[in-house]
Design a protein around this ligand. Structure first.
Ligand code: ATP
Length: 198
């Protein structure tokens, strides 16, 4: 089973691209969603996070995500500590999940594919890119966030140049959804050929 890593900055269109892959019957693992779910469900992870950040990290047994994000934002030691708990757990969960899938390849969608080192598990990587103003506009429309709030989230991630340099394929999402779908289909055909032949 081959693994395709799908990444891109906030609002670039990763989830939209992932949806097109799903429509082709490709299993997709959403690392951001799975991470949140693991942090809410795994007693081992919960205990490690409480050890690191204190009991306020959970409220009514649910991750206090805003508090945690705020707590680690200005403290690189805590951020590294949290990442060291979260990322290996996601990597292991992905391994178990992918072992249960069938087909030529699966997709792992992760905003921080490279930052978290998930690319080490990938045979091929794809970055979705769009200009910052377009991404801000889309996220504002989707999440009702201020420009400043979107920019803060952008600053926490690598920039497009770094992601593009490390990727095998780049999908531009600066036009219509129909254009995006066409680009995804082109990459999909290349992947089927490339990964099916290997
Ligand atoms: P995040 O990292 O914030 O989860 P993302 O990279 O997964 O974002 P999407 O959620 O796929 O991005 O897209 C962001 C928003 O922009 C969504 O509301 C989506 O429907 C919309 N969108 C994506 N591509 C286009 C497009 N080509 N034209 C118009 N809207 C788009």
């Amino acid at each position: 089973m081959k693994v395709v890593g799908l990444t891109g900055g906030i609002g670039s269109g990763k989830t939209t691209v992932a949806r097109y892959f799903r429509a082709e019957g490709i299993p997709v693992y959403n690392a951001d969603q799975r991470a949140r779910s693991l942090m809410n469900k795994s007693e081992v992870l919960k205990a490690q996070i409480v050890d690191l950040l204190g009991p306020q990290a959970y409220q009514a047994d649910r991750l206090n995500a805003d508090w945690v994000a705020h707590r680690v934002f200005h403290d690189p030691v805590l951020l590294n500590g949290l990442n060291a708990i979260e990322h290996p757990a996601v990597a292991e969960d992905f391994c178990c999940w992918s072992a249960r899938q069938r087909g030529t390849f699966v997709v792992i969608e992760a905003a921080i594919l490279f930052e978290a080192g998930f690319d080490a598990q990938c045979d091929v990587t794809i970055t979705v890119v769009a200009p910052a103003e377009v991404r801000i506009r889309r996220v504002q429309k989707r999440d009702d966030l201020s420009v400043a709030a979107v920019r803060v989230r952008m600053l926490r991630q690598w920039d497009d140049r770094e992601r593009m340099q490390r990727s095998d394929y780049v999908i531009w999402n600066d036009k219509s959804r129909a254009d995006l779908k066409k680009s995804v289909c082109e990459v999909y055909e290349k992947l089927v050929k490339r990964l099916g032949d290997e």
